[in-house]
Design a protein around this ligand. Sequence first.
Ligand code: MN
Length: 228
Amino acid sequence: MKRRTLLQLAAFSAVAHTAEAAEAPFTLPKLPYAYDALEPYIDAETMRIHHDKHHQAYVDNLNKAIAGDLALARLSVDELLERLDTLPANVRTAVRNQGGGHANHSLFWQVLGPAPNSGKPSGNFAAAITQTFGSQEKFEEKLRATAAGVFGSGWAWLSLDSAGKLVLDSAANQDSPLLANRRPLMGIDVWEHAYYLKYQNRRADYLAAILHVINWDFVSQRYTQLKG
Ligand code: MN
């Protein structure tokens, strides 16, 4: 059924899309604040390189991988990841890694926000955190431990599973929770490019710092949206 959907999309795209749009359907989202907005916790130089160079590279490589495939170019990056198994075999690795990188970072910039941080978890999200983890403090402790425990490059993720329950776990590389049929609420990037300029090998210090610049209002609203 998913394959048929792709074929139908291909037929539609052939008339609906210009060649130009199909060449580079994905674009780098603008950072929603200044590079130095997260100082002193996350430094401006790290933000500049992370957003302008690393995220841009994921976007460029994803565009390259699906160049000329009108059916794929019409899908959002989340849709590509959700249906990875149905995609042509020759693009799967690129969608998983480069598409994952694009999707993960697009969310990450929104999860962060200038200190003093944007409130605390609120409403249904705060209640779900308390119910699942005992308290916000215990959740943050477990989030830090999960992120600290990633071997090599990867992320810690708070997601909603298919039953709508909160799940906290880690994923290697740029593997999106969408690959596991989960919807990501927030992620903490623990690739060295996220912290090495300022924190070098001290990942624990980076994790303590980044919790000062979580936009809890955004995460709370996202929870409500995804639950709805
Ligand atoms: Mn990153």
